[in-house]
Design a protein around this ligand. Structure first.
Ligand code: NAD
Ligand code: DAU
Length: 340
């Protein structure tokens, strides 16, 4: 083993993809996955890693210092430890219903994690944040790392708060932190509360596809593997104290995404149902990823034309996974969010 990495939130969508990628690209690394297994955390995403030498799962909450300490004990002290921090409450719609779990996990959790990591003397700490901290754009322009933070939702406000806590730890204590801010991800293992997997799941069962408002809100879509490679690049080569935007130069209105999913599945557009808009809905996100491209040499490898079909086909092949994650609490969430 040449390096030890604690990954928080490794049982979620991006965290599990990141751990799978590390097993492939950095097989000599020891990894510890610290995850509270909330509704979005699923160890089924990681069955391929079970029993693998050098991989340990620790069931714990980043907002409890004793749980974070257990992750460090699992990491051992023979090698320097770095941290990639994914753990968060991540869904905007849920944050509109109740912001408290977002403040607890995203802000308190980040501060508790920072304090333990500082006391333990970690080598590097990558904080995985989001373009949503910048707020909403008009029809033109891009978010750069200098764009002021102007979050709109309780989710994005809690992520902006966590970014500021990480930046303060660097500024005040010289803590070796880096921050990434990425656009919308899609790909395998995404919980079907988010646009792309929700629309795939509904379309294959000929259920209505709920499009908020006029469906002309724009997001910049990035395949999750590209995001994971960008995070690895920042971990290995980024400059501490710096923020790196990550995006795909791949902007589409939501309606266009939904139409492409229907076309790939051979389903009719009559399944589209326009529903009440998300309160405070951000109109457009677009990322200027020039810094990470110029300074660290990262660029996305997947085109949307290539990776959207890959994603749809993954969900079609994972029927049992999809049925299991949509059972139980998902049904009551869906009912209260969409009323059907
Ligand atoms: P997700 O909701 O799929 O997974 C979150 C994971 O964190 C789950 O495994 C959950 O159990 C765990 N978790 C939640 N609270 C925890 C706590 N208090 N302690 C320990 N574990 C906890 O989220 P995701 O989509 O994989 O996002 C991961 C990170 O990336 C988040 O920080 C999110 O803000 C950020 N991000 C996501 C996207 C996106 O498009 N999904 C884009 C940019 C940034
Ligand atoms: O931009 C990065 C962010 O992307 C991440 O920080 C968040 O964790 C992640 O959830 C995502 O946030 P969004 O709110 O953009 O993603 P979501 O998939 O929820 O919605 C994408 C767009 O689709 C948004 O404009 C709302 C719309 N939408 C979403 C759902 C779930 C619909 O029209 N109907 C729906 O049912």
């Amino acid at each position: 083993m040449t390096r030890t990495l604690i990954v928080t939130g490794g049982a979620g969508f991006i965290g599990s993809n990141f751990l799978h990628m590390l097993a492939e690209l950095r097989p000599q690394w020891r990894t510890v996955n610290l995850d509270a297994l909330t509704y979005a955390g699923n160890l089924e995403n990681l069955t391929a890693l079970e029993g693998r030498e050098g991989y340990t799962f620790v069931h714990g909450d980043v907002s409890r210092s004793e749980d974070v300490e257990r992750a460090f004990e699992a990491a051992g002290d023979d090698l320097p430890v770095s941290v990639v921090h994914f753990a968060a409450e991540s869904h905007v719609d849920r944050s509109i219903r109740s912001g408290v779990p977002f403040v607890q996990a995203n802000m308190l959790g980040t501060q508790v994690l920072l304090d333990v990591c500082r006391a333990r003397g970690v080598e590097r700490f990558v904080h995985v944040s989001t373009d949503e901290v910048y707020g909403s754009l008009g029809p033109e322009g891009f978010f750069t790392e200098k764009t002021p933070l102007q979050p709109s939702s309780p989710y994005s406000a809690s992520k902006a708060g966590s970014d500021l806590l990480v930046a303060a730890a660097h500024h005040t204590h010289g803590f070796p932190a880096l921050i990434t801010r990425c656009s919308n991800n899609y790909g395998p293992y995404q919980f079907p509360e988010k646009l792309i997997p929700l629309m795939i799941a509904n379309a294959r069962e000929n259920r209505p596809l709920p499009v908020y408002g006029d469906g002309m809100q724009v997001r910049d879509w990035l395949y999750v593997r590209d995001h994971c490679e960008a995070i690895l690049t920042v971990l290995e080569r980024g400059e501490c104290g710096r923020v790196y935007n990550i995006g795909g130069h791949n902007e589409f209105p939501n309606l266009e995404i939904v139409r492409r999913i229907l076309a790939h599945l051979g389903k009719p557009e009559s399944l589209i149902e326009f529903v009440a808009d998300r309160p405070g809905h951000d109109r457009r996100y677009a990322i200027d990823a020039g810094r990470i491209e110029r300074e660290l040499g990262w660029t996305p490898r997947y085109t949307f034309e290539e990776a959207l079909p890959l994603t749809i086909d993954w969900y079609l092949a994972q029927d049992e996974w999809l049925q299991r994650v949509r059972s139980g609490a998902y049904q009551s969430y869906y009912q209260s969010q969409y009323g059907a």
